[in-house]
Structures are given as structure tokens and as C-alpha cells.
Design a protein around this ligand. Sequence first.
Ligand code: ADP
Ligand code: ASP
Ligand code: MG
Length: 413
Amino acid sequence: MSLIVQKYGGTSVGSTDRIKYVAKRVMHWRGLGHQVVVVVSAMSGETNRLLGLAKELSAAPDPRELDVVAATGEQVTIGLLSIALMEMGVPARSYSGGQVRVLTDSAFTKARILDIDDAAMRRDLDAGNVVVVAGFQGVDAVGNVTTLGRGGSDTSAVALAAALGADECQIYTDVDGVYTTDPRIVPQARRLDTITFEEMLELASQGSKVLQIRAVEFAGKYRVKLRVLSSFEDPQSPGPGTLITYEEDDTMEQAIISGIAFNRDEARILVMGVEDRPGVAFAILGPIAAANIDVDMIVQNIGASGQTDLSFTVHRNEYRKAMDVLERERGRAFQCREIKGDDKIAKVSVVGIGMRSHTGLAARMFKALADEAINIQMISTSEIKIAVVIDEKYLELAVRELHKAFDLEKAPA
Ligand code: ADP
Ligand code: ASP
Ligand code: MG
């Protein structure tokens, strides 16, 4: 007998019919003799709806109260799934994050899991129950409801799997695995049988929403066996999905490039004509960090006559706040000629561990973009990634062309 954690995302629990279908799959796994812990998201669209209600009342809702509202979505689905399971004769018990005691820090709307108490869940499992846990939520040390950031149910599932020492964590979603890129943008995208942990981490951090980045981080830290699968396939004959592997030798596919990620979540800020002297990057980015704004890409160019331009990207939600901070600090912490911003940008990233051993990949990427007359605004690289910022209106074209340029529709020989 093994212990399996299964996570079902919003579309997979998007209606009572879908919830019944989830219950059937859970029943199937339990019938095979496994203990099953199920983590569910809110019904699709529900978290957006809830956050939208708060926004109707305030342009900047209090984060603690926002979490109180957002966490209700998952509370509905744990109850409904438990009812559906019981109706099929499967004993089930629902748990909110607080009831499990998924302990988090108090960073409302982006809390981090600190500890999970597995005692109550284990008792229930040992008594033969399916345990149904609300994803995306936890509770801080003083009992405040917290949420883990958008897409956070993936992280709940992996963290529970780690805490319980589960044999496998299965992420069920509306695609049958991790693809070379989002199949909604490139229909020719190909499902990968396996992907290395490092590549998955990079894809997730660059915007592939199929797994939340913290889920991948958690999986790596605790070596959780993690698989992405479809909740739409027949429970009796499921596909293989995509397995995240931890050893490079495990990779059956030796592709140089594994996938392309993209996001529209960032905005670019350009501080022009800054005095070129030591400490200037700190003078500009220090107040941004002090305001708790995360910075992603940073580019600094030395211009003529002792001046420099610094550009960087922040999350689009924090764009206005970052611009306000800079306007406030301008003339105090630093002097500059002009501050400009653009929130109509997109970032496209090509990822693959083969970059370590192959050259010329950046040139291939830049040629594919040049051939389509797509201007590159910023570039950043890591050992296994090349990312570019472009005008948002070219995003889909860029992803399609890069997919072609790297032959990603073909399985590696
Ligand atoms: P869930 O609600 O189940 O958590 P998400 O919408 O968060 O589902 O994630 C699944 C979606 O991720 C897919 O529908 C797909 O459009 C998108 N996606 C983005 N990149 C990829 C990729 N490389 N492989 C598979 N799906 C991807
Ligand atoms: N319901 C939350 C969201 O929409 C968490 C999740 O789906 O993983 O972001
Ligand atoms: Mg998701």
C-alpha cells in the first residue's frame, strides 16, 4: 500500500460533474489499495471572482482581508468533493488549511509554508478515510488565514506530499503533462515524458503556469516524486503524464532545449541619464527593495559623458508602486534625466540543460526573432536559460517562431 497525494486544479473541479469525475478517480486509486490525500483548488474562475469582489470595494484591499475572502473558494470544493466521495460510498473528510494546520508566515497573499502538522490526516487515513485538503491556504502562528499566491494549490500538494512522505504527488490538470510550451499558444507543442527538476524550475520561474514555482522548489528540496497528469482521461486507463526527474541520467530525452516559457506579468522601468558613479544602482534599487517590490531583470548601460541608464522589470501589479517610489526618491537618493515605464511587455524564455554543453543557442534565438522583425528590449541568461523582453503584441508570434527554430515539435533523436 502506498500513500498518494493528488491535486486537482480549478478546471478539474469546475462543476459538480467534474467533481464527480474527480471522486471516481480517487475511488479508483483507493480501490487499488492506496491511501489518498486529495488537494483541491477553487472551482475555475472562482478565485478571480472573489478577488474581483474585493476590488469593487477598494482599489487596494487590505491583504489580510483579501486572504479571508480568497480562501473561501477552496473551502467550497473540499466540502463538495467529500460529499461526492461519500455518495459513492468512500469515507472522506475535508480539511481547511487551518484545520490541518498548514502553518505559514504572515505574508498575506504570498505566504510561505513553514510547517505541516500531519497527525490528524494520518489518523484519518489510518481509519480508512480519504483526506480532502483545501489548497492555496494556510494559517499563521496567530491563526490568521493566509494564501500562498496564485496557483498555490500546487505548492500545498507538494508540501503535503513531503510532510507525509508520500510515494507520489500527482498534479491533475487540464493538459496531460508538461509540454514544450503552452499548447494553447502552439498547438504543435509536444508532451514531455520527463523533464529535469532544474528545467521545470526554470520554466515555472519564467512563467509556465502548469506548476507554481514554489511547488517545484519544494519538490526539489524534499525529492518528492512529482507527476503532471490530465484529470480528463479515463481513470481506468490514464496516460503517463510528465515525470519530474532529479538525476540528469534519468532523462530519456536528450533535447538541448526542453521548452519555452513566457509571461505577461512584468513591466519595465527605465531610469535614464543617471550619474555614473559607485552606489547608483543601490540608490535606485535600494528604495524599491525597501518597498518590498521584487525586481526580476536588471540591465545597466554606460552611456556617453559619465551617465548611465538603468532598466529593470517588476511585477505588473507593482508597477505603479515602483514608479511612485522612484518619483519620490528622484532628486533625493539619485538624480536622473528621465524615468520611463512600459507595462505592455512580455518575457519569453528558452530553457534547456543542453545549453551547458552547446553553443550558438542565443544566436539561434535572436535570429528567429530578427527574422520576424521582433525587437529585443532586454536580455538575461542563466546556465540553462535565455530570456528576452519584447513588446507584448509580438508574444505569441515569438513563441511560435522559437518553437519552430528549435525544432521542439519533433522528439529528439
Ligand atoms: P490548474 O487549474 O489545473 O492548476 P493551470 O491553468 O494553473 O491549471 O495550469 C495548466 C495550464 O498551464 C494549461 O492549461 C496550459 O495552458 C498552461 N501551460 C503553460 N505552459 C505549459 C506547458 N509548458 N505545458 C503544459 N501546460 C502549460
Ligand atoms: N485557486 C487559487 C488560484 O486560482 C489557487 C490554485 O488554483 O492553485 O490561484
Ligand atoms: Mg495551477
